[in-house]
Design a protein around this ligand. Structure first.
Ligand SMILES: Cc1cc2nc3c(=O)[nH]c(=O)nc-3n(C[C@H](O)[C@H](O)[C@H](O)COP(=O)(O)O)c2cc1C
Length: 219
Protein backbone atom coordinates (compact mmCIF):
# COMPACT_ATOMS: atom_id res chain seq x y z
CA UNK A 1 0.00 0.00 0.00
CA UNK A 2 1.41 3.42 -0.87
CA UNK A 3 1.47 6.30 1.61
CA UNK A 4 -1.38 8.16 -0.08
CA UNK A 5 -3.69 5.18 0.24
CA UNK A 6 -2.61 4.77 3.86
CA UNK A 7 -3.49 8.46 4.46
CA UNK A 8 -6.95 7.89 2.94
CA UNK A 9 -7.63 4.77 5.00
CA UNK A 10 -6.16 5.96 8.31
CA UNK A 11 -8.46 6.90 11.18
CA UNK A 12 -7.69 7.03 14.88
CA UNK A 13 -8.30 3.64 16.49
CA UNK A 14 -8.49 3.40 20.28
CA UNK A 15 -9.57 -0.22 20.78
CA UNK A 16 -7.12 -3.03 20.08
CA UNK A 17 -7.19 -6.81 20.14
CA UNK A 18 -4.98 -8.58 22.68
CA UNK A 19 -2.78 -10.05 19.93
CA UNK A 20 0.88 -9.15 20.58
CA UNK A 21 2.72 -7.27 17.83
CA UNK A 22 4.37 -9.75 15.47
CA UNK A 23 8.18 -9.90 15.29
CA UNK A 24 7.94 -8.78 11.68
CA UNK A 25 5.94 -5.66 12.59
CA UNK A 26 8.22 -4.83 15.52
CA UNK A 27 11.22 -5.07 13.20
CA UNK A 28 9.62 -2.86 10.52
CA UNK A 29 8.61 -0.22 13.06
CA UNK A 30 12.00 -0.24 14.77
CA UNK A 31 13.79 0.19 11.44
CA UNK A 32 11.56 3.13 10.48
CA UNK A 33 12.00 4.70 13.93
CA UNK A 34 15.80 4.37 13.66
CA UNK A 35 15.65 6.09 10.26
CA UNK A 36 13.50 8.93 11.62
CA UNK A 37 15.81 9.35 14.62
CA UNK A 38 18.88 9.63 12.44
CA UNK A 39 17.23 12.06 9.98
CA UNK A 40 15.62 14.32 12.55
CA UNK A 41 17.89 13.99 15.58
CA UNK A 42 15.06 12.47 17.62
CA UNK A 43 15.17 9.65 20.15
CA UNK A 44 11.76 8.09 19.44
CA UNK A 45 11.20 4.57 20.72
CA UNK A 46 8.77 1.70 20.27
CA UNK A 47 7.47 0.55 23.65
CA UNK A 48 5.84 -2.89 23.64
CA UNK A 49 3.74 -4.79 26.16
CA UNK A 50 3.55 -1.83 28.56
CA UNK A 51 -0.04 -1.30 29.78
CA UNK A 52 0.37 1.84 31.90
CA UNK A 53 1.16 4.48 29.27
CA UNK A 54 -2.25 4.23 27.62
CA UNK A 55 -4.03 2.57 30.56
CA UNK A 56 -4.75 5.69 32.60
CA UNK A 57 -8.29 6.56 33.63
CA UNK A 58 -8.63 9.51 31.26
CA UNK A 59 -7.73 7.44 28.21
CA UNK A 60 -9.93 4.55 29.38
CA UNK A 61 -12.82 6.99 29.74
CA UNK A 62 -12.18 8.29 26.22
CA UNK A 63 -12.42 4.68 25.01
CA UNK A 64 -8.86 3.29 24.77
CA UNK A 65 -8.81 -0.50 25.29
CA UNK A 66 -5.98 -3.07 25.28
CA UNK A 67 -3.41 -0.51 24.26
CA UNK A 68 -0.03 -1.88 25.37
CA UNK A 69 2.21 -0.81 22.49
CA UNK A 70 3.09 2.73 21.57
CA UNK A 71 5.67 4.94 19.95
CA UNK A 72 7.13 7.44 22.41
CA UNK A 73 8.06 10.57 20.45
CA UNK A 74 11.10 11.86 22.32
CA UNK A 75 13.81 14.32 21.41
CA UNK A 76 15.91 17.30 22.47
CA UNK A 77 13.73 19.70 24.43
CA UNK A 78 13.85 22.74 22.17
CA UNK A 79 11.30 24.86 20.30
CA UNK A 80 11.38 22.64 17.23
CA UNK A 81 10.60 19.37 19.06
CA UNK A 82 6.81 19.31 18.79
CA UNK A 83 6.68 20.14 15.09
CA UNK A 84 9.36 17.54 14.36
CA UNK A 85 7.48 14.93 16.40
CA UNK A 86 4.32 15.71 14.42
CA UNK A 87 6.04 15.52 11.04
CA UNK A 88 8.09 12.37 11.64
CA UNK A 89 5.48 10.72 13.85
CA UNK A 90 2.95 10.96 11.02
CA UNK A 91 5.42 9.23 8.72
CA UNK A 92 5.47 6.36 11.26
CA UNK A 93 1.67 6.42 11.56
CA UNK A 94 1.24 6.00 7.80
CA UNK A 95 3.81 3.22 7.71
CA UNK A 96 1.97 1.43 10.54
CA UNK A 97 -1.33 1.84 8.66
CA UNK A 98 0.19 0.34 5.52
CA UNK A 99 1.43 -2.65 7.56
CA UNK A 100 -2.14 -3.34 8.72
CA UNK A 101 -1.65 -1.77 12.15
CA UNK A 102 -3.89 0.92 13.62
CA UNK A 103 -2.82 3.99 15.59
CA UNK A 104 -3.95 6.97 17.62
CA UNK A 105 -1.97 10.04 18.65
CA UNK A 106 -2.45 10.83 22.34
CA UNK A 107 -1.17 13.82 24.20
CA UNK A 108 -2.86 12.47 27.32
CA UNK A 109 -0.85 9.25 27.58
CA UNK A 110 1.12 8.80 30.77
CA UNK A 111 4.79 9.46 30.14
CA UNK A 112 6.34 8.17 33.37
CA UNK A 113 7.06 4.65 32.14
CA UNK A 114 9.65 5.69 29.59
CA UNK A 115 13.12 6.86 30.51
CA UNK A 116 14.04 10.18 28.99
CA UNK A 117 17.63 11.41 28.72
CA UNK A 118 18.92 14.68 30.09
CA UNK A 119 17.84 17.62 27.95
CA UNK A 120 15.16 15.51 26.27
CA UNK A 121 11.36 15.57 26.43
CA UNK A 122 8.68 12.98 25.72
CA UNK A 123 6.44 15.08 23.48
CA UNK A 124 3.57 12.74 22.60
CA UNK A 125 2.66 9.06 22.31
CA UNK A 126 1.19 7.16 19.38
CA UNK A 127 -0.66 3.96 20.22
CA UNK A 128 -0.11 1.08 17.82
CA UNK A 129 -1.64 -2.37 17.52
CA UNK A 130 -4.18 -4.56 15.75
CA UNK A 131 -7.44 -2.64 15.72
CA UNK A 132 -10.78 -3.95 16.96
CA UNK A 133 -12.13 -1.69 14.20
CA UNK A 134 -10.80 0.65 11.52
CA UNK A 135 -12.00 3.90 13.13
CA UNK A 136 -14.23 6.32 11.27
CA UNK A 137 -13.95 9.35 9.04
CA UNK A 138 -13.63 12.56 11.07
CA UNK A 139 -15.85 15.57 10.38
CA UNK A 140 -14.10 18.18 8.27
CA UNK A 141 -14.01 21.93 8.64
CA UNK A 142 -15.16 23.74 5.49
CA UNK A 143 -12.11 23.66 3.20
CA UNK A 144 -12.29 27.48 2.81
CA UNK A 145 -11.18 27.74 6.44
CA UNK A 146 -8.03 25.77 5.60
CA UNK A 147 -7.05 27.39 2.30
CA UNK A 148 -8.27 29.62 -0.51
CA UNK A 149 -8.43 27.31 -3.51
CA UNK A 150 -9.65 29.96 -5.97
CA UNK A 151 -7.38 29.76 -9.04
CA UNK A 152 -4.96 27.63 -7.00
CA UNK A 153 -2.58 25.31 -8.89
CA UNK A 154 -3.41 21.60 -8.99
CA UNK A 155 -0.54 20.64 -6.67
CA UNK A 156 -1.85 23.06 -4.00
CA UNK A 157 -5.36 21.57 -4.23
CA UNK A 158 -3.94 18.08 -3.88
CA UNK A 159 -1.85 19.15 -0.90
CA UNK A 160 -4.90 20.58 0.85
CA UNK A 161 -6.96 17.47 0.03
CA UNK A 162 -4.35 15.40 1.84
CA UNK A 163 -4.19 17.86 4.77
CA UNK A 164 -7.95 17.35 5.25
CA UNK A 165 -7.25 13.65 5.91
CA UNK A 166 -4.73 14.37 8.66
CA UNK A 167 -5.31 13.70 12.35
CA UNK A 168 -5.35 16.77 14.60
CA UNK A 169 -5.72 17.35 18.33
CA UNK A 170 -9.44 17.34 19.21
CA UNK A 171 -10.05 17.31 15.45
CA UNK A 172 -9.64 21.09 15.37
CA UNK A 173 -7.83 21.14 12.01
CA UNK A 174 -6.14 24.34 13.20
CA UNK A 175 -3.54 24.80 10.44
CA UNK A 176 -4.34 26.90 7.38
CA UNK A 177 -2.25 27.25 4.25
CA UNK A 178 -1.64 29.93 1.62
CA UNK A 179 0.50 29.99 -1.51
CA UNK A 180 2.15 32.56 -3.72
CA UNK A 181 4.64 32.03 -6.55
CA UNK A 182 5.28 28.41 -5.58
CA UNK A 183 5.92 29.24 -1.92
CA UNK A 184 3.60 27.83 0.72
CA UNK A 185 3.01 29.35 4.16
CA UNK A 186 1.29 27.84 7.17
CA UNK A 187 -0.80 29.84 9.63
CA UNK A 188 -1.89 28.88 13.13
CA UNK A 189 -2.18 30.11 16.68
CA UNK A 190 0.97 29.05 18.49
CA UNK A 191 0.53 26.39 21.17
CA UNK A 192 2.23 23.09 21.98
CA UNK A 193 -0.55 20.98 20.52
CA UNK A 194 -0.81 23.10 17.38
CA UNK A 195 2.91 22.75 16.73
CA UNK A 196 2.44 18.96 16.66
CA UNK A 197 -0.62 19.45 14.43
CA UNK A 198 1.49 21.71 12.21
CA UNK A 199 4.14 19.01 11.70
CA UNK A 200 1.45 16.45 10.86
CA UNK A 201 -0.34 18.81 8.46
CA UNK A 202 2.93 19.71 6.71
CA UNK A 203 3.72 16.02 6.23
CA UNK A 204 0.31 15.51 4.64
CA UNK A 205 0.66 18.62 2.48
CA UNK A 206 3.99 17.41 1.06
CA UNK A 207 2.53 13.97 0.43
CA UNK A 208 -0.44 15.36 -1.50
CA UNK A 209 1.28 18.24 -3.32
CA UNK A 210 4.56 16.50 -4.13
CA UNK A 211 7.69 17.97 -2.53
CA UNK A 212 9.16 18.97 -5.91
CA UNK A 213 6.25 21.25 -6.78
CA UNK A 214 6.72 23.93 -4.13
CA UNK A 215 8.92 25.37 -1.40
CA UNK A 216 8.01 26.19 2.18
CA UNK A 217 8.10 29.94 2.79
CA UNK A 218 10.36 30.81 5.70
CA UNK A 219 8.25 31.33 8.84
C1 LIG B 1 -1.53 16.11 18.47
C2 LIG B 1 -2.70 15.18 18.70
C3 LIG B 1 -3.08 14.83 19.99
C4 LIG B 1 -4.14 13.95 20.19
N1 LIG B 1 -4.46 13.57 21.47
C5 LIG B 1 -5.48 12.69 21.67
C6 LIG B 1 -5.78 12.24 22.99
O1 LIG B 1 -5.13 12.62 23.99
N2 LIG B 1 -6.80 11.35 23.13
C7 LIG B 1 -7.51 10.89 22.05
O2 LIG B 1 -8.43 10.08 22.23
N3 LIG B 1 -7.24 11.29 20.78
C8 LIG B 1 -6.24 12.17 20.57
N4 LIG B 1 -5.92 12.56 19.29
C9 LIG B 1 -6.66 12.02 18.14
C10 LIG B 1 -7.64 13.05 17.57
O3 LIG B 1 -8.77 13.16 18.41
C11 LIG B 1 -8.04 12.63 16.14
O4 LIG B 1 -6.89 12.68 15.33
C12 LIG B 1 -9.10 13.53 15.56
O5 LIG B 1 -10.32 13.39 16.24
C13 LIG B 1 -9.34 13.23 14.07
O6 LIG B 1 -9.76 11.91 13.89
P1 LIG B 1 -8.94 10.88 12.98
O7 LIG B 1 -7.57 10.78 13.56
O8 LIG B 1 -9.73 9.61 13.07
O9 LIG B 1 -8.90 11.43 11.58
C14 LIG B 1 -4.86 13.43 19.07
C15 LIG B 1 -4.46 13.78 17.78
C16 LIG B 1 -3.38 14.64 17.59
C17 LIG B 1 -2.95 14.96 16.19
Amino acid sequence: MDEMQAARERHSVRKYTTEPLSEEHIKALNEAIAQVNSEAGLNARLVTDEPKGFGNLILKTIGFRNCVNYIAMIGPNDDSLNEKCGYYGERLVLLAQSLGLRTCWALLCSKKQVEVGEGERFSIGISVGYGEDDGFQHKDKPVEEIADLTDAPEWFRKGIECVMLAPSGRNKQPISFSQKDGKVSVHYKIGNLTRIDCGIAKYHFELGAGKDNFEWASE
